[in-house]
Design a protein around this ligand. Structure first.
Ligand code: PEP
Ligand code: MN
Length: 353
């Protein structure tokens, strides 16, 4: 259920409604909008009597949200969610595209710094790198763990890049939340409900990847788990789904971008690296993702992909990433977006010292 406040409702009136909802044993989520505040009501006790709230001062109407996802839906918040990072122009949503780039896994300090310098020079604002890797084989490289997180924290200081990295379980989540700027929840964990709830109790933005066979509704319900715990900073990510097609690793479902944008106010970015699994498909699908209206890209880049410990086949060389940035920079204005310019050379030079 959703309480829609009048346009001129006061803060006290909003607070009084929230308190009443809580006294009734539910959770209240006040969501300020450009025109008015809406208060989402969650709790699993079944239907609630609207009457008591309808009478309260400042309340315009009480409506039932028919979709199973509530807080992530456009019915509850009409405007796009925009996530900002203090002291930078980095963010998710809004006019500027969010460009995340870096290796699949952090393998060494030298590897991570070499790649970070190149992606920063190309204009990326976020650096990705796995510290904890969900691998199909228990014998494959599992990530450097906390050591990798420390390397990425240094990269943030040196290059001014915000750090995006995956948490695979409750234990790694605590460490990732401590060191990183954005907590990634991977495709394999999209329906790990206890992990989603725990991410919802942190106050760091969460990048939620679509499960390999998740429907739009399942995807949004996973986001709802995070938001219902009070963390409203969720970014969705399309990374390809399993189909019969075998010319790519996964089938990148770009049509989910406008579908998500219609149903939800959350930003959605695209991962053309896992979405195709093949280096030569990453550039064309990046162009398409920007053209379809995605809020950003997450791209794997490696300076020596033949020797990468994971996902070398789909990693771009730094020069290819430069080309990608140059091309999407031209496409972005057609969809009223822009691609960030490289951070001021002076700032980078100073940082690299
Ligand atoms: C990754 O980003 O390296 C990753 C493992 O992604 P996904 O969860 O989409 O497979
Ligand atoms: Mn990967």
């Amino acid at each position: 259920m959703l309480v829609v406040m009048k346009a001129h409702a006061t803060e006290e009136q909003v607070r009084a409604v929230c308190e009443r909802i809580q006294r009734l044993g539910y959770r209240a989520h006040a969501i300020p909008g450009a025109q008015r505040t809406a208060i989402g009501i969650t709790g699993n006790k079944g239907a609630m009597e609207a009457g008591t709230l309808e009478e309260m001062s400042g309340v315009q109407e009480v409506i039932v949200v028919s979709k199973p996802y509530k807080l992530v839906s456009r019915d509850v918040k009409e405007e796009d969610t925009v996530i900002r990072f203090p002291d930078t122009d980095a963010g998710f949503g809004g006019r500027q595209l969010s460009i995340i780039a870096g290796p699949c896994s952090i393998e060494s300090r030298e590897q991570a710094f070499t790649i970070a310098e190149r992606v920063a020079k190309a204009g990326a604002r976020f650096f990705r790198g796995g510290a904890y890797k969900p691998r199909t084989s228990p014998y494959a490289f599992q990530g450097l763990g906390e050591e990798a997180l420390k390397i990425m924290a240094e990269i943030r200081d040196r290059f001014g890049l915000r750090i995006v990295t995956e948490a695979i379980d409750n234990e790694s989540l605590e460490l990732v939340a401590k060191y990183a700027d954005v907590i990634q929840i991977g495709a394999r964990n999209m329906q790990n409900f206890s992990l989603l709830k725990k991410a919802g109790r942190t106050r760091k933005p969460v990048l939620l990847k679509r499960g390999m066979s998740a429907t739009l509704e399942e995807f949004l319900m996973a986001a709802e788990y995070i938001v219902s715990e009070g963390n409203y900073q969720v970014v969705l990510c399309e990374r390809g789904v399993r189909t019969f097609a075998d010319h790519t690793r996964n089938t990148l479902d770009l049509s989910i971008v406008p579908a998500v944008q219609k149903a939800s106010h959350l930003p959605i970015i695209v991962d053309p690296s896992h979405g195709t699994g093949k280096r030569d498909k990453v550039l064309p699908l990046s162009r398409a993702a920007v053209a379809v209206g995605a809020d950003g890209l997450i791209v794997e880049v490696h300076h020596d992909p033949d020797r990468a410990l994971s996902d070398g086949m789909q990693s771009l060389l730094p020069d290819q990433f430069d080309e990608l940035m140059a091309e999407v920079r031209q496409i972005a204005p057609v969809v009223h977006r822009n691609v960030p310019e490289p951070l001021a050379q002076a700032a980078l030079a100073k940082a690299v010292k």
